[in-house]
Design a protein. Structure first.
Ligand code: SAH
Length: 355
């Protein structure tokens, strides 16, 4: 049995599935899911991420969080959390960079929200000297000050896709045609969750709705509002999404999202407005959405790169220069990736971000 067999059986029994149901099965099906069964990151894998490109990313995010913790009076104990930690690289770099921050390591309780058993075991190895605790979902985070990072987590959450038709919407579904997966549409219906999109869309426009994003953000924001803390959410996307952004990556190449279910990474752009509104509902303040390149430059990535470059030459130096460029240049990840900060309304925004 493969994920394709499972999906075909499911569609034959219950009819076509939504794009969100398809994404959820592809990524996290307990037996055949992409994340459940493998470590997809790095040169040998299907895609790479900022922390895998350079240690500078995790170091700077870590120091920004530690500064926010100092600015809020060094609350102890506090939760240091990450959503979807991948290989644990960002957390390891963050922890190394914050070793010298007085009291930070003594007060932290590390919690990792991770759904994949395969990646949990990689994280356990990377972070073995820190004894982190794993959680299945963000609602299990302790009720105490929360300092959190999430890089490329929200883009893995399933989205539904809707096509505008008059004042209604028809939902994109995935069914079977001649034994292969194929897109179709439901009849048009009203969609109260998309009422705010009637003003900025036209007939035929496609809009994505990520239903799990708001509840996850509210769990985080409620703790930050009640007990203090900060969240740095980094992902690709924008303030409001428009158009079909469902994307499959296999061996670092774009693939057809319906071709190899469970064997390619599937993501969709993050609608940061939805995250910010969920945070606001929970009583938490949010920063201006800031391009990753601008954020990292403000935190001093160029100085850090110079320090790391000092003893290097040849290939090592070239690799470092390329990594700095990749993380910050507007034509690489610098502009496509954005940062949203969450913080208590009575506190200052986290370093590198403003209101
Ligand atoms: N942050 C890492 C990995 C990004 S890949 C990095 O930047 O390298 C996405 C991560 O989120 C993986 O660890 C994946 O297993 C996890 N993930 C995806 N969906 C999840 C969910 N619904 N709940 C918890 N973890 C999830």
């Amino acid at each position: 049995m493969s994920l394709m067999d499972h999906l075909a059986a499911r569609i034959r029994a219950d009819g076509p599935v939504s794009v969100a149901e398809y994404m959820a099965d592809c990524l996290l099906h307990p037996q055949y899911g992409y994340y459940t069964t493998r470590d997809p990151l790095g040169a040998q894998g299907d895609f790479t991420t900022a922390p895998e490109i350079s240690q500078m990313f995790g170091e700077l995010l870590g120091l920004a969080l530690a500064q926010a913790w100092l600015d809020q009076g060094s609350p102890a104990p506090f939760t240091l959390a990450e959503l979807g930690p991948g290989r644990g690289t960002l957390m390891a770099d963050l922890l190394r960079a914050t070793r010298g921050v007085p009291g930070f390591h003594a007060a932290m309780q590390i919690h990792l929200v991770e759904a994949s058993p395969a990646l949990r075991s990689v994280q356990a190895k990377t972070l073995e000297s820190y004894a982190p605790e794993w959680l299945d979902t963000a609602d299990a985070l302790p009720d105490q000050p929360l300092f959190l990072v999430a890089n490329e987590f929200f883009d893995a959450l399933p989205v539904r896709q809707f096509l505008r038709a008059g004042d209604g919407w028809s939902e994109r579904r995935i069914g079977l045609k001649d034994g292969a997966l194929s897109f179709g549409l439901t009849p048009t219906a009203a969609q109260p969750a998309l009422a705010h999109r009637l003003a900025d869309t036209r007939d035929g426009d496609l809009v994505e709705l990520c239903e799990p994003a708001a509840p996850v953000t509210q769990c985080i924001a409620a703790r930050i509002a009640a007990h203090g803390g900060a969240a740095l959410i980094v992902d690709y996307g924008d303030w409001r999404a428009l158009g079909d952004t469902l994307q499959a990556l296999r061996a670092h190449e774009p693939a057809d999202p319906l071709q190899t279910p469970g064997a390619a990474d599937l993501t969709a752009h993050v609608d940061f407005e939805a995250l910010a509104m969920a945070a606001k509902t929970a009583g938490c303040a949010f920063t201006r959405l800031t391009p990753q390149g601008v954020f990292l430059e403000r935190l001093g990535i160029t100085d850090r790169a110079r320090a790391l470059a000092a003893p290097l030459q040849g290939d090592g130096l070239e690799t470092l220069i390329a990594a700095h460029r990749r993380l910050t240049h507007p034509e690489e990840m610098g502009n496509l990736f954005k940062v949203l900060g969450l913080y208590p309304s009575q506190a200052a925004p986290p370093p590198g971000l403003n209101t």
